[in-house]
Ligand binder design. Structure first.
Ligand SMILES: C[S@@+](CC[C@H](N)C(=O)[O-])C[C@H]1O[C@@H](n2cnc3c(N)ncnc32)[C@H](O)[C@@H]1O
Length: 396
């Protein structure tokens, strides 16, 4: 059968493509390079190969008793809704019943739990380490589908114009808009009017109380997504931003410059304590000694486990690296804390769902005058987005 023959070849292509992927690195560049060096593939071929690979990352890799080809096939027949019967027969190790074709995903997974030495929890590394505030029964199913791409309008007055250019928008009360992954935002002519930013980040930063806040230090700023959302909310605040990576700061400066925002920046490694920081803008330099800020935003380096629904290829992360993140998060917060003014706050935030990086780490912070004002999660499964943890710490 022609269709079956093509599918079998696609499985082989997907296996070749996966074999070129380095664990722990983004998969997209590998896929891109593979398609670039195999120009014979049409768009349908590319879509099938891509789906096979991502279904393996989402589910297949957890079937450790099977060989890789069977892992790939089984994940694909599980996660594809309109599976043709011949595809289920291609899978050899055991028989998938005829009712498989009509089953929901949950029924298929329950069948696999009964039939083979496998448990659903294996699809997420160290599932028992996930926070008890996360409902695992909702969390696991949302790992099997790509979340929406969330963005916000830089200027709310342009909301109608942006909506008119895009269809199938999900719109949240906080102003976040979501669109199916793969929708070409660039070619829709809206790229100048929007900022891509996940719903969960938008929720944390749009609900942050900025009353009385004049000075902010974004101490892990990367290219400045969080500074921008704060500046878009309140242009009157002064933002100093830093990161340990010099290369990423130039993105920050370009990005805030495009918006004509005046910001100060510095390269600062917070693995060790610092006594003063020299921040620079185009016009001036300011030297800040503790305590300098009403609000410190610590958007910390982390496992990224709250985004593994979007990037399932990172699920291979070793628990030893999680331990390293936990220590680094603590060091960064300890180094930043002296710069919080009395009565001021530090926002501790990660895109992790592991309790050790979040509530457990916050619990063991030994900071002078620290009071936890509020903490919690924005759950990706509730919003078709990534997950974010936040804790607002006040200096009393
Ligand atoms: C989660 S990212 C921040 C994302 C950013 N806030 C945004 O909105 O795009 C964490 C950042 O922490 C930085 N970082 C890692 N180790 C650091 C350290 N020791 N001191 C300061 N920054 C560090 C990383 O370079 C990375 O850009």
């Amino acid at each position: 059968m022609k269709e079956q023959h093509f599918f079998n070849r696609h499985v082989d292509f997907a296996l070749t493509c996966l074999s070129g992927h380095e664990q722990g690195k983004p998969f997209h560049p590998t896929l891109h390079a593979y398609f670039k060096s195999n120009r014979q593939f049409g768009s349908r071929d590319r879509r099938t190969i891509k789906n096979l690979c991502y279904n393996w990352f989402r589910l297949g890799y957890s079937f450790s008793a099977l060989d890789k080809k069977d892992q790939l096939l089984l994940a694909h027949v599980c996660l594809t809704t309109d599976t043709p019967e011949w595809m289920t027969i291609l899978f050899g190790p055991f028989v998938l019943p005829p009712s498989w074709l009509t089953w929901e995903l949950s029924e298929r997974l329950a069948f696999l739990e009964k039939t083979m030495d496998w448990k659903l929890g294996l699809v997420f590394p160290d599932i028992e380490q996930v926070s008890s505030q996360v409902d695992v029964d909702q969390f696991i199913p949302h790992l099997f589908k790509q979340p929406l791409v969330w963005f916000r309008c830089k200027n709310e007055n342009e909301f109608d114009a942006v909506c008119a250019k895009l269809s199938d928008l999900s719109i949240k009360p906080n102003g976040a808009r979501g669109i199916q992954a793969g929708h070409l935002l660039e070619s829709s002519g809206v790229s100048k009017q929007i900022e891509i930013q996940d719903y969960s980040s938008q929720e944390v930063f749009k609900t942050l109380n900025l009353e009385g806040v004049q000075s902010v230090w974004d101490c892990c700023c990367a290219s400045g997504g969080k500074s921008l959302i704060l500046l878009d909310r309140t242009k009157s605040i002064n933002i100093c931003a830093s990161d340990s990576r010099k290369s990423i700061l130039s993105n920050f400066i370009k990005r805030t410059g495009r918006h004509r925002y005046r910001v100060w920046s510095a390269v600062v490694n917070l693995s060790n304590s610092v006594s003063k920081i020299k921040f620079e803008s185009k016009q001036s330099t300011v030297e800040i000694t503790p305590p300098g800020f009403d609000l410190v935003v610590a958007d910390l380096p982390c496992s990224g486990s709250g985004t593994w629904n979007r990037n399932p290829e990172f699920k291979s992360l070793q628990s030893s690296s999680v331990q390293n993140y936990i220590a680094l998060q603590k060091q960064i917060v300890q180094s930043a804390w002296p710069f919080v003014k009395k009565g001021g706050r530090l926002l501790y935030t990660t895109c992790s769902v592991y309790k050790a990086e979040n509530e457990d780490n916050v619990k063991t912070l030994d900071l002078d005058g620290m009071e936890v004002l509020r903490q919690g999660y924005v759950h990706g499964y509730a919003h078709n987005s990534d997950s974010t943890f936040f804790a607002e710490l006040k200096k009393i």
